[in-house]
Design a protein around this ligand. Structure first.
Ligand SMILES: [Zn+2]
Ligand SMILES: [Zn+2]
Length: 313
């Protein structure tokens, strides 16, 4: 297995990279909010491209159409109630995420979005188990739907009902991306390692960007609301350790996706490098790089990130 060390050398115990590598670089913005008008359409295109000649091609094509359904739902469903301004400020004062998942209730806007997404999903060509799962979600009682919503928001999906939860997660991603888009990125503050500053969730992966204003900066991408937040490189996104970090990739890979492993908490998370491929999408490329997760099954590291579309994780 290929191993490489990161380009930044961090002194042990320090969260800061060598200052010399930052010379002439303006500080990157802490957070970037999602744009629901383009997020899911681009993801649909990415899934479709990744599907070509891929061993998981059929599944990636299905997810491309799910992302397309998310795009349509985001365009047509009524806008959600914006987060309460006072509660947002209160959360900031207490270094808490402004979108409170633990008190989420499925309001009329969400129900409308969910129904639109499900009706879009009905038209998708899919294998029989996915069809049956969709039928079960559509027939679910309010209580059953509520339980599935809570599971997704707790990042804890029962293995036996992954197929049902996929649709619920798709709807929640749209809803929370639309809520996050209404926040003020400049008012977001760090709320903890591995925690989205907008909704409090874990990342799906992290991305090293090559943007002119933030060249070489890394961002964690939220699995739920798609907010990106700045996070120092060569530091575990789960526990914050800067020691015992190493990188692995699949043999023959182009270096665009690596697993960052941490010996402190024995976890790994994927890092995507936009300089190697500008079309990388955290959610789509995470699913398509399942081979990297399968490699990790042989080793001591467990996945710390969350992706409701990555079956079996
Ligand atoms: Zn989030
Ligand atoms: Zn760690």
């Amino acid at each position: 297995m290929a191993r490489s060390s990161g380009p930044f050398s961090s002194p042990p115990g320090s969260v800061f990279p060598d200052p010399s590598v930052l010379e002439g670089v303006t500080a990157p913005a802490f957070a970037h909010l999602p744009d629901p008008a383009t997020l899911f359409a681009r993801r649909a295109e990415r899934f479709a491209r990744l599907a070509q000649g891929h061993p998981l091609g059929a599944y990636l094509s299905f997810l491309s159409q799910i992302a397309r359904a998310q795009h349509v739902a985001a365009e047509r469903a009524p806008a959600p109630e914006p987060p309460d301004a006072e509660a947002v400020e209160r959360a900031r004062t207490h270094e808490m995420p402004p979108l409170d998942r633990s008190h989420f209730t499925a309001d009329a806007a969400f129900e409308s979005l969910f129904d639109r997404l499900l009706s879009q999903a009905r038209a998708i060509e899919k294998p029989e188990p996915a069809e049956a799962a969709l039928a079960r979600v559509q027939a679910a009682s309010d209580a059953e739907r509520g339980e599935m919503i809570r599971n997704v928001l707790a990042d804890s999906i029962p293995v036996e009902t992954l197929a049902e939860h996929l649709y619920v997660a798709a709807a929640l991603q749209v809803h929370f991306a639309r809520l996050a888009a209404r926040l003020d990125a400049a008012r977001l503050v760090p709320v903890g390692d591995g925690v989205c500053p907008a909704c409090g969730g874990p990342p799906v992966a992290s991305v090293v960007v090559d943007w002119p204003a933030a060249h070489g900066a890394r961002y964690c991408a939220c699995a739920l609301c798609s907010t990106w937040w700045n996070f120092v490189r060569v530091r575990c996104t789960a526990c914050g350790s800067t020691g015992g970090i190493a990188y692995q990739e699949v043999e023959g890979g182009n270096g665009a996706i690596k697993a960052e492993t941490c010996d402190a908490c024995h976890s790994y998370a994927k890092v995507l490098y936009l300089s190697k491929d500008p079309d990388l999408d955290p959610v789509a490329d995470d699913v398509a790089s399942l081979g990297l997760d399968l490699k990790q099954k042989e080793g001591p590291y467990r996945r710390s990130t969350f992706n409701p579309f990555l079956l079996g994780y």
